[in-house]
Structures are given as C-alpha cells and as structure tokens.
Design a protein around this ligand. Sequence first.
Ligand code: HEM
Length: 496
Amino acid sequence: MLLPLPQEPNSCLCFYGAFVIGALLILTFQMLKMLKYHNYESASDIPPGNRGLPLIGETIQFMAAIKSSKGFYDFVPIRRLRYGNCFKTSIFGKTHVFVSSIESAKSILNNESGKFTKRYIKSIAELVGDQSILCASHQHHKLIRGRLINMFSTQSMSLFIKHFDGLILKTLNAWECESTVIVMDEALKITFKAMCKMLMSLEDEQEIGMLQKHVSQVCEAMLAFPLKFPWTRFYKGIQARKIIMSKLEMMISERRKGIESSQEDFLQQLLKEDVKTCSLNEPPRQTDTEIQDNILTMIIAAGQDTTASAITWMVKYLGENQKVLDALRAEQLNIAKTLKKSFLTLEDLNEMSYASQVVKESLRMASVVPWFPRVVLEDCEIEGYKIKRGWNVNIDARSIHLDPTVYKDPNNFNPSRFNDESKPNSFLAFGMGGRTCLGMNMAKSMMLVFLHRLVTTYKWKVTNLDSSIEKWALFSKLKSGCPIYVTHIMDDEKPT
Ligand code: HEM
C-alpha cells in the first residue's frame, strides 16, 4: 500500500514560502492589470460611469435597487443624472452601458449596422429555454418570429377579443358594489386565464392556478443570483420550469396522437405547421422543445405581469385624473349605445380614439418594460463614445418617455398630447425594430376592452396612493396592486 511520504520541516517551510511569494506575485500582476484597465477606461472616449469594485462592479447597488420599494429601475436615473445620456456600469461581471437618446435608441433597435443583438444572460436562457424567441440566435430568431407572428392574425385577434370580453364581464359582474378590489390581482387573473385559453385551451381553474404559481417562480428566478442550491430563488425557478415543461410535453404528445384535434389555439397551429413541412419531405422545422420554450415565453411575456401591470397603472392614473376620466367615460358610454353585438369586436375597438390615447399615455408614463438590453457584436461608437465588442447596451426607454425635451410636462397624465404629432421614435413602450413586441396589438386590445367595461360599469376611488414598486419584479409593477373602492354608475349619471 502506498502511504503519503512524511515531509521534512525545512522543505515544508520552503514550499509554503514559495507558495506565498507566488500568490503575491499573481495578486500584484492582477492589480497592475486592473489599474491599467481602469486608466484605459478613464479615457474621455469611453462612456463615463463607475465600474465599482473589481469583479463585483455595482452588482450590490443593482441588487439593492431590485429589493427596494423604488424598484429595480431606480438604479438607472441616479446614474443618468450624474453622468448624462450615456453611462456605463458593471453588473454580474459584465459591462453595461445605458443609453437614453431617441437617435441612439433608433439606430440600436433598428440595427441596420448589424452590430447589435439581443442576448439574455445564460441564467435567463436556462429559465426560458435556449430555443425561446428571446434567446435564439439572430437567424433562428427570424424563423421563430415568422412562425409566431402568424398566430396574431386578424381572425385569431377577433376570437381573442370576444373571449377576453367575456372574461372581463364575468369578473366585473362578480365584484360587489361598494367594495374594494385590488386591480393588479384581478387583471393578472384575467390576462393569465385569457393567455392560457389562447395558447393551449387550458381552462381548468385549478390547473391554471398551479401553472400561474410555477410561472411566477420562473419570473422571480430571472432576477436572482444564478446559484443552484435548494433554498435559492434560482433553483426554485429551474424546478418550476421543469414542471411546466413536462406538462407541455404531455399536452403535445396527446395532441400528436390525435393531430386533428378540434382545439383552435396557438399550440395547435404550431403543431399543424410541423405536419405541413413534414409532408413536403422536409425535416420538421421546429422541435417539441422549441414549441415548449416558446409557449412558456409567451406565457411569461404576455400572461404574467406586462399587460396586468399596464392595466393597473392605467386605472391608477385615471383615478387620479378626474377630467380625463370624465372625457373617457363620455366616449365609452356613447360607444356602448351603438354596440351591435353583446360582445366587443375589433371594429368597436377601432372606434375608441380617446381610449387609445389613454392607453398610450398610460404605457408612456408607466414604461412597464423600462429598458431593452442588447449585446454589442463589433466595436462601435454611441453618443460619441467608444463601445467595445461584448459589452451590453441597454436602451433606457423610461428616461426617453420622461424626458421634458421629448414630452412636454412628462409627469402630467395627458392623453390628448397624442393629438399633436409626437417626436418620431419617441414612444417605445413596445420597443422598435426587429424585436418589437409581438403581442403589441393584443396588449392594446386587452387594455381597451378592460377600460370600456370598467368605465361603463363602475366609478372608483383609488384607496392607496402609494406608488412604490414591487420588489423582485421583472417589470414595473405597483406594489399596492392599486386597491380601488368601486360603486356602480347609476343610469341617471350616464349622459343621454
Ligand atoms: C402592455 C403589455 C406589454 C408590453 C408593455 C410589452 C413590451 C414589450 C417590449 C418592450 C418588448 C421588446 C423588448 C426588446 O426590444 O428588448 C417585447 C417583446 C415581446 N413581447 Fe411584449 N409586451 C406586452 C405584452 C405582450 C403580449 C400580450 C405578448 C404576447 C401575446 C407579448 C409577447 C412578446 C414577445 C414574444 C416578445 C419578443 C419579441 C422578439 O424578441 O422578437 N408581449 N414586449
């Protein structure tokens, strides 16, 4: 049997001495390298900003913002005030540049130079899946987007609006008059239900509740440190993803067995696409994993917080701006009188011009998705500063939406501002260019249907004016959820 050789005391000292000297040399070398880097970065052609501590950067400050009542976005305006329209920082070991001018937003988002791409950090790709439209490579993204965009045809939009209207009517009828409801909770329930129905015809309340719980865990994990220990948010998110994936896998396999299923939903349309390509002796264009990843992505992008948050902010702004609410109600009561069917149609929504402005103004002020991340593929110049390949550039849409040189009195809720021509490319609630929100029209429709039914049925008072933002939320989400005290509109209050 071989035993470890006993060490002589002197050779032991020599060994440790050499080890300490070696470690000191490496440390000194690293420090010199960092100093050189910092000096290089302080050059005036690099965006101003603080890269924070070596390796950690400003991650701690960023995480503190995520956990604070001002919300994760709070990290940005403080630095923008200090450094201007273009500044850099370092988060999770990566350099991030924030940009808030219309011109730069346009050129980066339209990406005619091909120098930018959208790539989420590895941990997010692990949660939504690397075949998701959010994480796919440039070429693959185009393919997936092409397939998904087909799902938003006028026909499916019309069906969706009818179904969504039914859900809203049911929900509003269940509200007790002279009681308090939490708008965010109600909006979340309705939008999630509507998405489950549209994407995969899921209607069972219990199943929807479970799915919603798991999707929330995935969303929470997106902002967490990617540490996989059983007690971490990230681990719980990964576990939740696995459960959702196996549920979707089961659904797909059942549908494949009877491909002529009568369901007319997104999932079915995606499966039909596959059959079409197979019959042309082509390899299937999409794998089951791709379908699963993208159904999950759509649930997160649509059914989770975005639309529900936008609805919540809109109700809050209206509750605080009586004149706007009066004008809106007058328009909607007139439309209510001329409705030809018992449910709202796409044509009815097209008549809602003031309501559309209310929706747009709410989206501007709330900036539910406050910034859009891109990765730099080639060294380039932004706002006169040199930007290096591999850096992350974030378009700070919220700053643009609240810039007084772009929107007059930006903190005033004034839907009529959109009567006048606004500056081109200044409205970024749904992004711009090849990655513009796929569900933009669907989101606007949901907001209009909700508005119509709410203002023609109820009067309300916002009972908690607190504007704090939810901690750990991926989007700007009102912490109070916007509690409102509702009372029915009396017939004699309606204009004749
Ligand atoms: C008020 C609600 C919504 C807001 C504010 C919103 C906002 C956005 C924004 C800003 C982007 C682009 C981000 C970027 O360029 O980096 C985006 C992308 C996306 N949105 Fe939405 N969204 C909303 C609702 C929806 C709905 C209802 C759906 C689906 C039915 C949806 C599906 C998507 C998808 C799939 C993408 C990725 C598009 C791509 O990368 O090509 N969104 N959304």
